[in-house]
Structures are given as structure tokens and as C-alpha cells.
Design a protein around this ligand. Structure first.
Ligand code: G4F
Length: 337
């Protein structure tokens, strides 16, 4: 957005220790004079009212959420409040202030949940969420449509399948794998512990997807669009791809909770299964059909699965090498894990 010349206001949730490491390079940087953050919270209508009445933005991108699916089982009420009601609060302020704004709602492929027979999921596929997170996103999705139709607000949903990058939080499986295996390779950790290796995801590159998000908001009418790559892979395949790039000679042994991944070269276990990472209810299979976005927005992803794993691994192997050189303390401060 900054490169496109926007003045960007970021809503910042107060935390007792800084958690802005992913955007720190934008602060006090003469290259980005147009970046401002303001304290506020999606759980508080009055803060949103204050901020929006002052800024009067042209576009709002609601990417805010308690976004971890597994964690949403631990904090379901908080997840519903921020992920679901947060969208209501924003849209309701827009309605009250009569702002002529374009509103983007970050909807998620988690809304599809357990799919029945459809090979691909698109804008017409029914939702069957499997977590408090997925259900909260379904609420926000429908509310966006309801406010669009009832109050003629320019409000669009982007239904995004998993989008990853080196900025992904390390408790999501892709980053956990690229960071974990890099650290195992350099002897910084013994093994990488994972949950369900069989679930399938349509993983794309976040940088491609933000371009799609922007295109959704520039489109002539407010509509809902799926953004996806149209390729699906198992968690196991992600591990195998990353392990291959790190030149591990990975073989799998055992079954279920007892399965392990062994580096045959050194005859050493590098992957273990930890039951605590299994979900109470799992979304087994996601594969998106983004043909509407391709046709109407001329959007298609540039980075495929193999390239994505490579981009993430390169970043995390470099970070792990720095950690080895500088010591863990410095590393923790730097990347906040
Ligand atoms: O990386 P994940 O935690 O992502 P998940 O649940 O698909 O959700 C992400 O993508 C959604 C888009 O569809 C977003 F809406 C959402 O906010 C988030 O960004 O898990 C992916 C899969 C799951 O099936 C999980 O069971 O990986 C499996 N998995 C296996 N072992 C693991 C692990 N997931 C995590 N987080 N950690 C593991 O150790």
C-alpha cells in the first residue's frame, strides 16, 4: 500500500511488550513517511468510532482477528468477540458515520470447514466451519453481505486460502516447519514436533494475495472473491519439500502417533508426532477455485508451492545461521519467538 502511494494507518493493539517486529522496518524510516499506527482495539466500539471519525479513510482493510484455529478452542469467546464482532463494530461505525468508504473483510477458507464432495471450493460452496474461529469468520462474512445489501456500503469479502511468507507467525505449520527444520539442521533443536501430517491445504504466497486483496477493493462493484492457487498439498509433503531443500535424507517410520521422520544419512530422528497439536475437529482438505478472481480481476498467483517453500526456507535458514552465530538471546529479541 505504501509503494502504491497510500497514507496507511495501522490499528495497533496495546501489548505490554512490543509485538511489532514484522513492521518495525517501516517505523521512523524516511522511505516510508506515510505509515502511522494508532492505538485502538477491535473489541471496543468507541475506539473505532474515534479513529474512523478522525481519519475518514477511503479504504478499510479488516485483517484483524484472533487468527489461530487451534487457539480458538481455548479462547472461543475472545475469538468470537474480535474475529466476529470486530467486523460488526467496524461496519456499524461506517454506517453511523455514513463514511463513503470501501471495506474489505478478510474471510477465510476455514469457513468451508469439512467439505462433502466438492473437489474445489469456490464462492458457491456451502460453509461447514469446524472451529470457533471458522464460525466467527462465517458471521463476519454474512454480516459484510448484509451491511452491503441493507445500507449500500461498498463492502467486499475476500475468501482467502492459506497464504504464507517469511512473516508468518511461527505457530502456524508452514513457518514452524521451515524454522524448525532449519534449526534442527544446525543443531539448535533436537527434533521438530508436529500434529496431523495428513491434512491438505492450498498454500499460496502472501505477497501475491495482498495484490489480490487490493484488486478486490478497486473492482467496480462490491463482491465476494476466492483467492487460491488451485494446488493442494499435505503437511507431510510440505515437510518433505523443506527437508529435501535442506539435504536431509528423510524417511518415515511407524504409524499414527508413533510415526517419526528419520534422517537416514545420520540415522537420527528429526520429526516426531505430538498429540497436543492435533485439533479437536480438523479441516482435512482445502483446495480453492479462484476462477472468478482470474476472470474479473485478472488476478493469478505467481509463486507456486515449491517456490513458496524455498522462499520461506531460505529466510529461516539464514535466521537460524544468525542465531547460531549470535546466540539465542539476541535472536529471540530480533524475531520475537
Ligand atoms: O498452519 P495452520 O495452523 O493453519 P490453518 O489452521 O489452516 O489456518 C490458517 O489458514 C486459514 C486460511 O484457511 C486462516 F484463516 C487462519 O487464520 C490461519 O491463517 O494449520 C494447517 C494444518 C492444520 O490441518 C493442522 O492440523 O496443519 C496441521 N498441523 C499439523 N501439525 C499443524 C501442526 N498446525 C499447527 N499450527 N501446528 C502443528 O504443529
Amino acid at each position: 500500500m505504501l509503494k502504491k502511494g497510500y497514507l496507511v494507518y495501522g490499528l495497533q493493539r496495546r501489548a505490554s511488550t512490543p509485538n511489532t517486529y514484522r513492521i518495525d522496518h517501516l517505523y521512523d524510516n524516511p522511505k516510508f513517511p506515510n505509515f502511522v499506527t494508532i492505538y485502538g482495539d477491535l473489541s471496543e466500539s468507541s475506539s473505532l468510532l474515534n479513529i474512523l471519525s478522525q481519519i475518514k479513510p477511503d479504504e478499510i482493510y479488516n485483517l484483524g482477528a484472533q487468527s489461530h484455529v487451534q487457539v480458538s478452542f481455548d479462547v472461543p469467546e475472545y475469538t468470537a468477540n474480535v474475529t466476529g464482532l470486530g467486523a460488526l463494530r467496524l461496519l456499524d461505525v461506517v454506517r453511523h458515520l455514513k463514511l463513503p468508504v470501501r471495506y474489505y473483510q478478510a474471510s477465510s477458507s476455514e469457513m468451508f470447514g469439512k467439505v462433502s464432495n466438492e473437489k474445489y471450493q469456490n464462492e458457491n460452496t456451502p460453509f461447514n466451519p469446524q472451529s470457533p474461529y471458522g464460525l466467527s469468520k462465517v458471521f463476519a462474512y454474512h454480516l459484510t453481505k448484509i451491511y452491503r445489501d441493507s445500507y449500500h456500503i461498498f463492502a467486499s469479502n475476500g475468501i482467502l486460502f492459506n497464504h504464507e511468507s517469511p512473516r508468518r507467525g511461527i505457530t502456524f505449520v508452514t513457518r514452524k516447519i521451515t524454522m524448525g527444520l532449519s534449526r534442527v539442521k544446525l543443531g539448535l533443536q533436537g527434533t521438530l514436533k508436529l500434529g496431523n501430517l495428513s491434512s491438505q491445504r492450498d498454500w499460496g504466497y502472501a505477497k501475491d494475495y495482498v495484490e489480490g486483496i487490493w484488486k478486490i477493493i478497486q473492482y467496480k462493484t462490491p463482491e465476494d472473491f476466492v483467492l487460491a492457487t488451485g494446488e493442494t498439498h499435505t503437511v507431510r509433503q510440505f515437510v518433505e519439500e523443506a527437508a529435501g531443500l535442506l539435504k536431509f535424507n528423510l524417511v518415515w517410520k511407524g504409524k499414527g502417533g508413533k510415526e517419526v521422520g528419520i534422517d537416514k544419512k545420520r540415522n537420527k530422528t528429526i520429526i516426531e508426532i505430538d498429540p497436543s497439536y492435533f485439533r479437536l475437529k480438523e479441516v482435512d482438505y482445502l483446495l480453492g477455485d479462484a476462477s472468478k478472481a482470474k476472470k474479473l480481476l485478472n488476478w493469478k498467483p505467481k509463486v507456486n508451492f515449491r517456490k513458496l517453500v524455498e522462499i520461506m526456507l531460505r529466510n529461516d535458514f539464514d535466521l537460524a545461521k544468525k542465531e547460531l552465530k549470535l546466540g539465542r538471546k539476541v535472536f529471540v529479541k530480533k524475531i520475537n519467538i
